[in-house]
Design a protein. Structure first.
Length: 323
């Protein structure tokens, strides 16, 4: 995700060369993702699921600007799918070692038949690999969104208003039609919508009156008044309401991130390691949940990948290939 030097919707004053509030927002988002995977049922899980995935799509949309189509697509494909396959290979290798030590069979054990599901990814990946749908989905949505931005650079252009309703219909219809999602592609239409909302929001100025309606909508989602989201399965709860609550929560968190950025250094540092945490935290939870309490799992699922991220950044080659 590239950082832009522009003010996003009046939400923050950018620091030279980097938007600190973006790292804070990503930190809040990835902590919510991990919490939602540690507490797998109940009100805490539902509250996290009500916004944690929309937050990342919205944030990416806020930072999007039209870029040369071919160069951008090539950069996305190599920059995102290379770490995707490397982390996936590391996870498979770890699973072949860890599950037999626990007296279980590895998740992928029928070779070469399992190559097909591995390449399909998305809904074919379970257990420690359930989060791997997100990066290819975001990548494809960004490539398509960039093509559209090059054609209609202003997200507030009325032509976007004509494009959004059929996009919404496709997004909700796909989830009703099938649960099969190769590389998370079933979620791309809703991801596109969220990218557009983020881009449109970045063109607006923050107004004080926005707090109340956003807060009411966000609280309804967080409190479970609307069915929560499962974006991997293209389950968006009640049409418009559930996803709207997730958008409202995310926009308020962006505003909060701008306000606390000067004193939220630790959260920003977590945010800069969000990709590594995204890929690895589920595996830690999956393998250790029989042996540890929720608090210990949360700490290890955040700090373990964070420590690895710091180690990887010591090597320019490892940074280039994995980050």
């Amino acid at each position: 995700m590239e950082h832009s030097g522009e003010n996003s919707g009046g939400a923050a004053t950018p620091s030279p060369g980097r938007l600190d509030w973006v790292d804070v927002a990503r930190g809040i988002g990835i902590i919510a993702v991990v919490v939602g995977h540690v507490w797998t049922r109940g009100p805490v899980r539902d509250a996290m699921y009500s916004f944690h995935m929309p937050l990342f799509f919205l944030l990416s949309g806020m930072l999007s600007r039209p870029q040369p189509i071919i160069a951008f697509a090539r950069r996305q494909l190599f920059g995102q799918m290379r770490p995707y396959f490397l982390f996936l290979a590391l996870g498979i290798a770890a699973d072949q070692l860890i599950e037999p030590l626990k007296g279980n069979r590895p998740i992928f054990r029928d070779w070469p038949q399992d190559i097909g599901p591995l390449l399909l990814g998305g809904s074919w990946l379970a257990g420690p690999f359930i989060i791997f749908w997100f990066v290819p989905c975001l990548m494809m949505a960004r490539i398509i969104f960039n093509i559209l931005l090059c054609r209609w650079p202003d997200p507030l252009d009325r032509r976007w208003a004509l494009f959004v309703p059929p996009l919404l219909a496709v997004a909700y219809g796909l989830g009703q039609w099938t649960q099969h999602s190769p590389l998370g592609m079933i979620t791309v239409p809703m991801a596109l919508l969220l990218l557009w909302i983020g881009a449109a929001w970045s063109r607006m100025d923050w107004q004080g009156w926005m707090v109340l309606p956003l807060a009411l909508f966000a609280l309804a989602g967080l409190a479970g008044l609307f069915p929560t989201l499962n974006m991997k399965a293209s389950d968006y709860g009640w049409p418009l309401l559930s996803i709207g609550a997730g958008v409202a929560t995310s926009l308020l968190l962006f505003r909060l991130s701008a306000q606390v950025a000067p004193v939220a250094g630790p959260v920003a540092i977590i945010g800069r390691a969000s990709l590594t945490i995204m890929y690895l935290h589920v595996a830690i939870i999956h393998y250790l949940s029989p042996y540890l309490g929720k608090g210990a799992l949360l700490a290890l699922a955040l700090l373990g990948p964070f420590a690895l991220d710091r180690l990887l950044r010591l090597s320019p080659r490892a940074t280039r290939w994995l980050l």
